[in-house]
Design a protein around this ligand. Structure first.
Ligand SMILES: Cc1ncc(COP(=O)(O)O)c(C=O)c1O
Length: 501
């Protein structure tokens, strides 16, 4: 092949340019450009590639960069070398893919018939999910201080350096034994949960524990008690799975067990947040706890206890878990590191009665096999070194201060408009409007003022909906919380005036 001939075949390469501002090494850019041209058949099979020196000069890179790119093309079979003759595009490159003509009509419209009934329900819920909010008063945001950041970095760096082969292969669907051991010790000591490590399943947050509970325990059509008002994500998961929701009212003593029994005595399960009812903040009284456990023992109903943020208690000692009182193996205890550490970690745990372990193990395997091993190893080390408990101690002080700042600032800026429910624990509080003001309208106005609040009224099912707002105070500095209270007051007054107009 005459040089001028081959030069014309790779003439297109002469237009190639490299991005010198990119983080990508130059040799890799040269390799990708050549590979792209070969795969697209811009360089036909059998074409002789330019000499490494010639291409290096043309592109203004070192010859080593071009040599490395050619070596990679040779190693991957895109090019073949002929001794003393040069490097050629391989004959073996698959033909270029012919672009398919777009189909008439809209490809993004999935026909309704393609969804199962459950799929349609998931779709209805999916359409309501908005972007993740991080403006002041958004719920579910957490603070981590410099000590925890530093500890997490150190543990992460060590885990990556060591890269234990055990963390690279398939693992136990129930979770890493070391982490389950730490979680068992932590729950026994701090929440009076009665458990062995072999009853613990590590999950990707409380939401997955709820999902696995539904898979293992609930059939479509089964009645399930839910708190009214209550936590929307669990309610939606139950609805999507085809369960029949039985709303049970909540008062200052928590779930009204008698009302649940009257409405659906043989319900399959009850989902509750006894240590800090969501959203009211009520703590379930001992009498109600015992009534609920007696109902479960008598009827065989399951209790799903969501203990989502009980660690942050500001008055007295934390109340023991409901699970710790259970003598009939009825309680599935659900905990999460989302609130106690940070939500992005996506780690939580369920403690299940021993006869349920296989069902949860199977459901976990068949949904996503097991939790990521490296992340679990890091969490186990964090807990083993006592860092979780010291983090909780520090954050408890910080969140208590944040709560007090919000109570004070809301009282000063809008005390005439709302009643503030001062929580004894947790990372959010509820305010209720004294006058008939629409919480949905206030939430919209607040968003325009750069504040994210959750209206309370959509959390009710059957009970007369109260108008109020859930305010998260855990993810923001005190200054931001103070100015957000002033913004929220302005937004509420503007919504109230508009409501009267
Ligand atoms: C009642 C309740 N349970 C559980 C969770 C936490 O869920 P996850 O652990 O999946 O982040 C939340 C978070 O907002 C919650 O409000």
């Amino acid at each position: 092949m005459a040089p001028s001939d081959s030069r014309s075949k790779w003439a297109g390469l002469l237009d190639l340019t490299l991005d010198r501002a990119s983080d990508q090494p130059l040799f890799q850019q040269v390799y990708l450009l050549l590979r792209g041209a070969i795969v697209a058949h811009a360089l036909a099979p059998g074409t002789r590639l330019p000499s490494t020196r010639g291409l290096a000069e043309h592109l203004g890179v070192s010859r080593t960069s071009v040599l490395s790119a050619y070596e990679q093309l040779l190693a991957e079979g895109y090019a073949v070398g002929h001794p003393r003759s040069g490097t050629y595009v391989s004959d073996d490159v698959p033909p270029a893919i012919t672009p398919v003509e777009p189909m008439a009509g809209r490809l993004d419209e999935v026909p309704r018939r393609a969804l199962s009934a459950a799929g349609a329900r998931y779709g209805a819920f999916g359409a309501t999910i908005g972007p993740v909010a991080d403006a002041a008063f958004a719920t579910g945001c957490c603070s981590i201080d410099a000590a925890t950041v530093e500890a997490w970095r150190r543990i992460g760096a060590r885990a990556m350096r060591g890269l234990d082969p055990l963390n690279l292969s398939y693992a136990d669907p129930l979770g890493e034994p070391a982490l389950r051991q730490e979680v068992a010790e932590y729950l026994r000591a701090s929440r009076a949960v009665v458990c062995d490590p072999d009853q613990i399943i590590i999950v990707s947050g409380a939401q997955q524990a709820i999902d696995l509970s539904i898979r293992a325990l609930i059939d479509p059509g089964d009645a399930v008690w839910v708190e009214d008002p209550g936590y929307l994500a669990t309610r939606s998961a139950l609805t999507a799975a085809g369960a029949r929701l039985v709303p049970v009212p909540v008062d200052e003593h928590g779930l009204r067990v008698g009302s649940g029994i009257a409405a659906a005595p043989t319900a399959r399960a009850a989902y509750i947040t006894p240590s800090h009812q969501y959203p009211t903040g009520a703590i379930m009284s001992m009498a109600r706890r015992l009534d609920l456990l007696a109902w479960a023992a008598e009827t065989g109903g399951w209790i799903i206890e969501d203990d989502y943020d009980s660690e942050f208690r500001y008055v007295g000692r934390p109340l023991a878990s409901l699970q710790g009182l259970d003598r009939s193996g009825s309680v599935i205890y659900v905990g999460t590191l989302s609130k106690v550490l940070f939500p992005g970690i996506r780690l939580g745990f369920a403690v299940v009665p021993k006869p349920l372990v296989d069902a949860f193990r199977g459901a976990r395997f068949l949904t996503d096999r097991h939790p990521p091993a490296l992340q679990q190893a890091m969490a186990a080390t964090f807990m083993h070194q006592g860092l979780l408990t010291s983090h909780i101690r520090r954050m408890r002080q910080h969140y208590r201060e944040a709560r007090d700042v919000v109570v004070d600032a809301i009282g000063r800026h809008m005390g005439d408009l709302v009643d503030i429910e001062v929580p004894e624990c947790g990372i959010q509080l509820v305010v209720h409007f004294k006058e008939p003001i629409s919480d949905l309208a206030v939430a919209e106005a607040a968003a325009r003022h750069g504040v994210t609040v959750r209206p309370v009224s959509p959390l009710y099912i059957d009970q007369p909906a109260r108008q109020g707002l859930v305010l998260g105070y855990s993810g923001f500095d005190l200054h931001r919380l103070r100015s957000a209270a002033a913004d929220l007051a302005r937004a509420t007054r503007s919504a109230a005036i508009r409501g009267l107009a």
